[in-house]
Design a protein around this ligand. Structure first.
Ligand code: NDP
Length: 450
């Protein structure tokens, strides 16, 4: 980056930090996008004059509210919830809900901001949003989770709608929670509409949505490796997480001939050199999706290593696919990956690699796919779920998977074209940011000053 570009970036970020104090995750996400698009904006006065980036880094609105509910022991509990409606320039607001004690306004702003570019990359008409609560579903009974979801929806229902804002799941929000949330929405408004995605198949969900994020990440990784002359078949992969994204990334990696040898949760990770596939994967899915158990139990059952309070990035492997949460792969982890032979990293989670980690990976010659491109398959199939709801039809699994593969291929091509470097390499971070930004910016220009 030349001196002018650096000065423009630091100047822009100084304003961003001033306007968003105490929001490190949001500042981190903005910096990464600004670094890519400010040089583009400098060469296009119409974007500059319309102050597109200044407008895009300010959410349209943030709704903050209290959720009061009663636990199983009859105690009154109070949580805080948010919906960050970031941009509806190219379609209704769209983005998941997260339930986790680490949820803050900063985390939801970073996720909502990223969602703008990700949704744009899918080519579908979806704006960017995110929401959630600091509610911790771990250890709560089904009844307690239901009561919380119902209490949250009593406020949220005013702000969402199939043409306004369409939430979905994220960390801590799976089919159980979506069922409770959608059920309450239905009861409050007496309207059966496609206001949520990730719904159960019995009430308007799409085949293939559960698998979409993990599968899409594996497809993107395959395409990125192929563009660099590598075959994904025969490679070993480090996967973190054992939730929705991780489980289906592991499954598709196995189908493509690769072998995931790790999985984790917030307590530690397992290392299974045999590979997590077939019967082992089915057991893990049952453990995590139905029994809601801990990853340690996998190691006990299959007799492999379990490392408490540790992350998998020091294990030798060819690929790394972080699928748990933001900033879970540090610069030191990245250096360990480079040292132990990792040639490609695809982010299944949102922003799992710190900025320093991304620099270390790219400095070490590792191919790097940012989450906003690599994990866009989930929201893409959410977009397909919305289409099916509007048409009042259901597509077959093959139809949905075919469309998902085509969308992921298209996203890869967009990133490759916009991220092509003079030396022949591809900067996927820059490619994803620029390709995602252009469509949104052009829509905003068309609307004038609003
Ligand atoms: P899940 O809740 O299904 O799984 C999350 C997994 O990550 C769990 O294994 C969890 O362990 C672990 N985890 C969560 N927080 C932490 C933490 N602070 N430290 C270590 N491990 C943690 O979530 P998803 O799989 O749906 O989401 C994972 C990531 O993928 C998130 O970044 C999400 O934003 C992103 N994403 C999800 C999409 C989707 O369709 N679901 C779409 C696109 C991106 P534990 O059970 O111990 O908490």
């Amino acid at each position: 980056m030349n001196r002018n570009a650096k000065a423009r970036l630091e100047d822009f970020m100084a304003g961003c930090v001033r306007r968003n104090p105490g929001e490190p995750e949001f500042q981190q996400a903005v910096r990464e996008v600004a670094e890519s698009v400010l040089p583009l904006i400098a060469g296009e006065p119409r974007y500059q004059k319309a102050r597109i980036l200044e407008r895009l880094t300010e959410p349209d609105r943030i709704i903050t509210f209290r959720v009061t509910w009663q636990d199983g022991a009859g105690r009154v509990r109070v949580n805080r919830a948010w919906r960050v409606q970031f941009s509806n320039a190219i379609g209704p607001y769209k983005g998941g809900l997260r339930f986790h004690p680490t949820v803050t306004q900063s985390v939801l702003k970073f996720l909502g901001f990223e969602q703008i570019f990700k949704n744009s990359l899918t080519g579908l008409p979806m704006g960017g949003a995110k929401g959630g609560s600091n509610f911790n579903p771990r250890g709560k009974s089904d009844t307690e989770v239901m009561r919380f979801c119902q209490a949250m929806m009593r406020e949220l229902h005013r702000h969402i709608g199939q043409d306004t804002d369409v939430p979905a799941g994220d960390i801590g929000v799976g089919q159980r929670e979506i069922g409770f949330l959608f059920g309450e929405y239905l009861t409050l408004g007496n309207r059966f509409t496609g206001v949520f995605t990730g719904k159960g198949l019995a009430f308007g969900g799409s085949l293939g949505r559960t698998e979409a994020t993990g599968y899409g990440t594996a497809y993107f990784l395959r395409d990125m490796l192929a563009a660099a002359g590598h075959d994904i078949a025969g490679k070993t992969a480090l996967v973190s997480g054992a939730g929705n994204v991780a489980l289906y990334a592991i499954e598709k990696l196995a189908e493509l001939g690769a072998k995931a040898v790790t999985a984790s949760d917030s307590s530690g990770f397992i290392h299974d050199p045999h590979g997590i596939d077939g019967e082992r994967l089915a057991w893990l899915k049952d453990l995590k999706e139905r029994r809601r158990g801990r990853i340690r139990e996998y190691a006990e059952h299959f007799g492999c290593a379990y490392h408490a309070k540790a992350r998998p990035w020091g294990v030798p492997a060819d690929l790394a696919v972080p699928c748990a949460t933001q900033n879970e792969l540090s610069a030191a982890d990245a250096r360990a990956c480079v040292e132990h032979g990792v040639i490609a990293v695809a982010e299944g989670a949102n922003m799992p690699c710190t900025a320093e980690a991304v620099a270390a990976l790219r400095g070490g010659g590792v191919l790097f796919a940012p989450g906003k491109a690599a994990n866009a398959g989930g929201v893409a199939v959410s977009g397909l779920e919305q289409s099916q709801n509007s048409l009042r039809i259901s597509w077959s699994r093959e139809e949905v998977e075919g469309r998902l593969q085509a969308i992921m291929r298209d996203i890869h091509e967009k990133c490759r074209d916009a991220g092509a470097q003079a030396d022949g390499s591809i900067d996927y971070v820059r490619g994803a940011n620029i390709a995602g930004f252009r469509k949104v910016a052009d829509a905003m220009l068309a609307y004038g000053v609003v």
